[in-house]
Design a protein around this ligand. Structure first.
Ligand code: AMP
Length: 555
């Protein structure tokens, strides 16, 4: 397929923000795509060159792109940079600089989708000495064949800045529509293969029948089963009878895939994080006694191998993001895995099996080590015993417990009520708003992000503890703006300082220590519960209360 056919579709998609219209554009387009090109098209349509689970990445920054555009267009690098600044978009800048060039080129080979894909694929596998130059040559080759509009999109693809808003949901609907297959089967096939290209190809060639046959494969992540909330221990036991209670570890969910000596690690968002955790790869290789398996667990950053108390989530997040100096990270931020499920074993999918049996098999094939462990579990229908387990989990610094239905199968990608999370209800805080920022775009006339503070009765000062911009309806934004407009004491740019007057009740995920705010703490994901018109700043919560809550929850 010519690349220009795809750019026509990109242009059409760019003109609309309607989900329905996008679905119809994509589905009409998919009908025209030859089956062998479907996998590539399904990546490109979402602005990707590799699927999330691939360990390949392009790693092309602005600098290299500027050099490539300069080389092809004949404009100096400074000119390219200026053009990007003026137009606010590297793709459009490339397009405009290549227009002149296009008029003077008489003969040019027509660019195909596969040619673009091949060059980008080759480029991603280059590393080491001289690789930068070779990467540029692959890009310049594409840009010199490209029509100006094609160049716009090639550049955006390379920089991963396509941003057409074509999400996974739209693509799934479009596949079902284009090939007249059951959307539920598309959903299911995707949730266990995580491969839209393959799902599209099967839909086209084999229809519903083929989709039904899609099954798990190692080294392809699955969409994980999700948990729901429940009132408490008693409710869970009422629902499930005998229930498995496990510690709810506070980290990141991880899938470990083993196929002979090969180990791959994926996050809940299907990203490949194998390279970041060599110690887990080694543990998995040595301690999963199976030829092939997919097991699941929670990856947690811990204080040390001896003191296994959890560290803040940010530490784990640093390890997930870091792609270099890995050995140093392994030493500085130790991690452990707490395994809690098994979905594949020696060539067979286990998702239809009951949780009770999956866990038994997991116990059978895992050799526990200090960093590779089974999640602590009790099985009981006794509320008091379960409550003891829960309190103990909290006292060890964990988030809470999970309650699991022993007889339930594994349902990839769904919140089906087979497992529930039980955590302490976070106490809300009444906080004073002492600053805000004017919004952007549609919200330009509203104050849109609010600086929150606790009071410090010892000094009479207000100490900041976070910024809140979510949880508001349009009405509430308006109301807040009206309430606060008269309290503005100073404005610098979009930032305003406010007299401490308005009190809001705020919920949050967690309180963390933080040097960013003057209280020394930060609220994670603060959201508005309501405006406390009944309270004045003197009634706001104090720094001391924040410290008490923190102690109560974390010790
Ligand atoms: P939440 O993210 O609040 O919906 O809670 C569910 C998440 O808790 C899961 O996706 C896992 O990442 C995590 N988790 C921690 N411990 C366990 C466990 N023992 N079983 C299942 N999930 C767990």
């Amino acid at each position: 397929m010519d690349f220009s056919t795809l750019t026509d579709v990109y242009q059409e998609l760019e003109k609309t923000s309607s989900r329905l219209e996008m679905t119809s554009i994509v589905s009409e387009f998919l009908k025209r795509v030859p089956e062998e090109e479907l996998p590539v098209i399904l990546l490109f349509i979402r602005g990707r060159v590799f699927p999330a689970w691939s360990d390949k990445e392009l790693g092309i920054g602005n600098k290299l792109i500027i050099r490539a555009i300069s080389a092809v267009s004949g404009a100096s690098e400074a000119t390219v940079e200026n053009r990007i600044r003026d137009m606010g978009d590297t793709g459009l800048a490339a397009e405009s600089l290549l227009v002149k060039k296009a008029q003077t080129t008489l003969f040019r080979e027509k660019l195909t989708v596969m040619k673009v894909y091949e060059n980008l694929h080759r480029l991603a596998s280059l590393s080491g000495k001289g690789s930068q130059e070779r990467k540029i040559s692959y890009i310049t080759e594409l840009l010199s064949f490209a029509e100006p509009t094609e160049a716009r999109y090639i550049v955006r693809l390379i920089l991963e800045e396509l941003r057409l808003g074509v999400g996974e949901g739209i693509v799934k609907d479009a596949i079902a529509r284009a090939f007249q297959v059951d959307p539920k089967l598309v959903e299911r096939a995707y949730s266990i293969s995580s491969d839209l290209g393959e799902v599209a190809r099967i839909s086209k060639l084999e229809g519903d029948e083929g989709l039904r046959k899609v099954t798990l494969k190692t080294c392809r992540p699955i969409e994980v089963m999700l948990a729901q909330k429940i009132g408490g221990i008693e409710e869970a036991i009422e629902k499930f009878g005998e229930t498995a209670f496990e510690i709810k570890y506070d980290g990141a969910r991880i899938q470990i895939h083993k196929e002979d000596g090969r180990i791959e690690l994926y996050t809940r968002r299907l990203e490949n994080v194998t390279r970041q955790f060599p110690e887990i790869v080694k543990s998995a290789r040595e301690n999963i006694r199976a030829r092939s398996a997919i097991v699941e667990g929670e990856l947690v950053a811990i204080k040390s191998k001896k003191d296994r108390r959890p560290r803040p989530f940010q530490d784990l997040s640093r390890r997930i993001k870091r792609k270099y100096d890995i050995p140093e990270m392994v030493k500085n931020i130790p991690v452990e895995v707490n395994l809690f499920d098994l979905v594949f074993y020696d060539g067979e999918s286990k998702i239809g099996d009951e949780f009770r049996d999956r866990r038994k098999l997991l116990e059978k094939i895992i050799t526990e080590t200090d960093i590779f462990r089974l999640a602590d579990q009790i099985i009981t229908d006794n509320v008091r015993e379960a409550e003891r387990f829960y309190r103990n989990a909290l006292s060890l610094g964990h988030e809470g417990v999970m309650a699991k239905n022993l007889r339930a199968p594994y349902q990839p990608g769904s919140r089906v009520g087979y497992m529930y999370k039980i955590k302490p209800v976070m106490e809300t805080l009444d906080l004073v708003i002492i600053g805000a920022t004017w919004g952007e775009g549609r919200r330009a006339h509203w104050l849109a992000s609010f600086l929150l503070a606790v009071s410090d009765p010892d000094t009479g000062r207000f100490l900041t503890i976070g910024r809140m911009g979510t949880g508001f309806t349009d009405e509430e934004f308006k109301e807040m703006t009206e309430l606060l407009r008269g309290e503005i004491t100073e404005q610098v740019g979009k930032e305003v300082r406010l007299k401490p007057k308005i009190v809001v009740e705020v919920a949050y995920e967690e309180i963390q220590r933080s040097p960013t705010y003057s209280s020394g703490y930060a609220l994670r994901f603060p959201r508005l519960v309501r405006i406390r018109t009944d309270k004045g700043p003197e009634d706001a919560d104090t720094l001391q209360r924040v410290e008490e809550i923190l102690k109560g929850v974390t010790t």
